[in-house]
Design a binder for this molecule. Structure first.
Ligand code: PMP
Length: 287
């Protein structure tokens, strides 16, 4: 896999070997990350991803050693190095090297690493999903205000459970039993032309793509409601789709036993997103 990596002031095309058994990040999971994308020379909402990266570090009591603006400049440089045709995943991370006392991370040993690597955009061909019996934690049960790596094993076991039951993706509920999100993307459903998406309650990542799609759909005249979504509402939805940095907008074509065609609203959201992406062009189009 081709990529470029920035760590301690140096660019490399080799993956830096950075962690050992005495590192707090490796041992006790003091790691946060963000994920943005370059799509053939455009990088939508890069500034927001860089700001969220720094905020996640602060919320995890780390001492971010880079500003959002510095991270953004590095990301642009990395995308330039990879070239205008590439489809890239852009992953800035903060991690902590040393511990204080028994298990506390020492904020002053926070380090930054940036990885930018080839990651083709998935086609919007549709996916199947089912609600998994593993829920998103409440904010007083896990650091849900950070994009912390430590939150992901819970999503991974939900996704594994879905796969074991013949589905590709998992829907996760919040502690009250309402729909929160997919295990690694936000969820929107459509009923009678109205888009309904779970109202942020601190239990799930209210994503940057989600916010952008809400804004674009509303600006295009479509009603979007942020509200409680129940699993029963998903059974009865006209459309369900996922929003997230990895696949941007992806239609769900089977929820449980409920089959759906990729719908017009998901297609509209996707088209609006890719039109918006053109305004974030940082490299000339490849000829
Ligand atoms: N929820 C989770 C758990 C995620 O990992 C992601 C992907 N970052 C999202 C939602 C979507 O967020 P965003 O649109 O900011 O990528």
């Amino acid at each position: 896999m081709a990529g470029v990596f920035w760590h301690l002031g140096n660019w490399s095309t080799e993956e830096p070997k950075i962690l050992g058994p005495m590192d707090h990040a490796f041992w006790l999971g003091s790691v946060i990350f963000d994920g943005a994308r370059a799509i053939r020379g455009t990088v939508p909402d890069l500034d927001l991803h860089c700001r969220r990266c720094v905020q996640s570090a602060l919320n995890m009591r780390m001492n971010p050693t880079m500003t959002a603006e510095e991270i953004e400049t590095l990301c642009r440089e990395g995308v330039r190095r990879m070239g205008p045709e590439a489809e890239l995943y852009i992953r800035p991370m903060f991690f902590v090297r040393r511990g204080l006392g028994a298990s506390q991370p020492d904020p002053d040993s926070t380090e930054f690493i940036l990885s930018i690597y080839d990651s083709p955009m998935p086609a919007p061909t549709g996916f199947s999903a089912i609600t998994a019996p593993f829920r998103r934690p409440a904010p007083d049960q896990a650091p849900t205000d950070a994009k912390a790596s430590a939150l992901y094993p819970n999503g991974a076991r939900a996704a594994a459970w879905a796969r074991e039951h013949g589905y590709e993706w998992a829907v996760m509920l919040d502690p009250d039993g309402n729909v929160a999100e997919f295990s690694a993307a936000n969820l929107m459903m459509v009923k009678n032309g109205v888009v309904i998406t779970p109202k942020p309650n601190g239990t799930f990542l209210a994503g940057i793509t989600r916010a952008r799609i809400i804004e674009l759909l509303r600006r295009a005249g479509r009603e979007v409601r942020e509200d409680i979504v129940t699993p029963a509402m998903l059974e009865d939805a006209d459309e369900i789709f996922a929003t997230g940095n990895f696949g941007k907008v992806q239609p769900c074509t089977r929820y449980g036993t409920h089959d759906m065609q990729p719908g017009p609203v998901a297609a509209e959201a996707r088209r609006l997103y890719f039109e918006f992406a053109e305004t974030a062009r940082i490299l000339p189009k490849a000829v």
